[in-house]
Design a protein around this ligand. Structure first.
Ligand code: ADP
Ligand code: K
Ligand code: ZN
Length: 433
């Protein structure tokens, strides 16, 4: 049941003691990088300031902008020849950043990934097909090394070429997939086209969904169509990548591995901690990293933390499903909207197909939000009256979520272009002020 029982079920007091010890080591180590040396000096903090774990609040935050300022080598704490790998963030927002790893880091990461996968029942007898992009994107190599560490037969399929992916699943008897949720939705329609019923024609039992926000409805839809259990996988390249937080079989939040990461949730405006269960920005400190420790890194991801014990027996806290990044939010007619709100509504409507896009325009100085929605193929071939009714149903459901009336355009299945990698959900044509 556990990959590392002693760590995964460690009593909280022991876990906190371990965290304090590791935090001190991290700060000591970080102080040797040119960037933190200066930052700690400016804030007048040293490792001596850390007497208890709460003293972490004395340390300054690290932001994405800091990483850019220190690009490329400013955060390194080891000689360059100790570094064996670098990963760059996919640059979804702004200029890319880079993170370096030693051999220790790569092994540490692989172990965390194996821990996540083992938690969901993955074993060496499994055939694991990794359907995310390899390369700079950490989802590829991160899962790959973890699966090999676990001993599973690992199929480095990469992303795209859905027909070939389906053939691999059949030929190799794939039992586990790792896939980006928007691509998983797309794949459902390819199964249909190919006349393959994943529930009866394949051996799939588990899917890992990660790398981008997705709603509970999206998960349930994928589970239903594939006949699998789908687990939420969270990570970011500034940490190792995937393996930061992962769902256990209870599917009541994502265990964040507190032996490796110190977790804080703050109010992004006041920067003060919020209480258990309250939503805020996730702030993470690496506790085991060698090449490039990061202290109080502001992820910009919005979530909440739950410290209640979990039925699975693991003591590590749980994050709620990530709502998105603080910078995903857009404002229409003065209302704050997250793409995830739109997705939650859409995916709860069975006639809605697998892709959608939100377009923002200004018409006569008024914001207009248009949601283009693909319709399920059998429904799309139905009568115009039915489509009209569906359009009204979606409009009403969205209105009750966002509190203004959006425009809804129904489009043919597969007519919205698939993104390579993470989905692009919002296209803002408005004049930026
Ligand atoms: P980039 O920042 O360029 O997208 P990364 O590949 O490091 O590069 O992406 C990490 C980000 O992806 C996270 O900070 C988060 O916003 C998003 N993300 C990753 N996994 C999930 C998940 N399971 N749910 C929601 N968002 C996720
Ligand atoms: K094997
Ligand atoms: Zn659990």
């Amino acid at each position: 049941m556990y990959w590392q029982k002693d760590i995964e079920t460690m009593p909280i007091s022991a876990l906190q003691a371990l965290q304090l010890q590791r935090l001190k080591e991290m700060v000591r180590r970080a102080s040797t990088s040119s960037y933190y040396q200066q930052l700690f000096q400016e804030h007048g903090v040293t490792v001596e300031d850390l007497q208890q774990i709460d003293d972490i609040h004395k340390l300054p935050f690290t932001t994405k902008q800091d990483l850019r300022n220190g690009y490329p080598y400013g955060f390194l704490t080891v000689p360059k020849d100790e570094v064996v790998r670098l990963h760059s963030s996919s640059g979804t927002t702004g200029q890319a950043t880079v993170v370096f790893h030693t051999t220790h880091d790569i092994q540490d990461w692989a172990n965390l990934m194996a821990r996540c996968m083992y938690m969901t029942g993955a074993r060496k007898s499994d055939v694991f097909q990794n359907m995310t992009g390899y390369g700079m994107f950490t989802g590829g190599l991160g899962f790959h090394y973890g699966a090999e560490r676990l001993g599973a037969l690992t199929v480095p399929a990469g992303s795209g070429n859905s027909k070939r992916q389906i053939r691999f699943m059949k030929d190799f008897g794939t039992t586990i997939l790792h896939i980006i949720p928007s691509y998983a939705l797309h794949l459902l329609s390819v199964f249909e086209e190919e006349g393959v019923d994943p529930k009866t024609d394949l051996c799939l039992k588990t899917v890992y969904l990660g790398a981008e926000p997705h709603s509970e409805h999206t998960r349930r839809r994928i589970e239903g169509a594939l006949g699998v259990k789908a687990y939420n996988s969270y990570g970011l390249s500034e940490m190792y990548g995937p393996g930061v937080a992962f769902e256990c079989p209870e599917q009541q939040g994502l265990h964040i591995w507190e032996d490796s990461y110190f977790v804080e949730i703050i109010d992004p405006q006041t920067l003060k901690p919020v209480s258990d269960g309250e939503e805020g920005e996730l702030v993470l400190t690496t506790l085991t990293r060698e090449a490039m420790p990061l202290i109080r890194y502001r992820t910009r991801d919005l979530t909440s933390v739950c410290s209640e014990p979990c039925a699975c027996g693991r003591t590590h806290k749980r994050l709620s499903r990530i709502k998105g990044r603080s910078d995903d939010m857009f404002i229409v007619k003065g209302v704050n909207v997250f793409p995830m709100q739109v997705e939650t509504v859409l995916m709860s409507i069975p006639e809605v197909g697998t892709n959608y896009v939100i377009e923002l325009d200004t018409e006569e100085e008024i914001d207009v939000m248009t949601v283009k929605v693909e319709v399920q193929s059998d429904f799309f071939l139905g009568d115009v009256k039915g489509l009209k009714a569906l359009q009204q149903k979606i409009t009403a459901a969205l209105r009750s979520e966002v509190l203004f009336t959006p425009r809804v355009t129904l489009v043919e299945p597969d007519s919205i272009p698939e993104a390579q990698g993470k989905a692009v959900r919002v296209i803002d044509h408005r004049q930026q002020h």
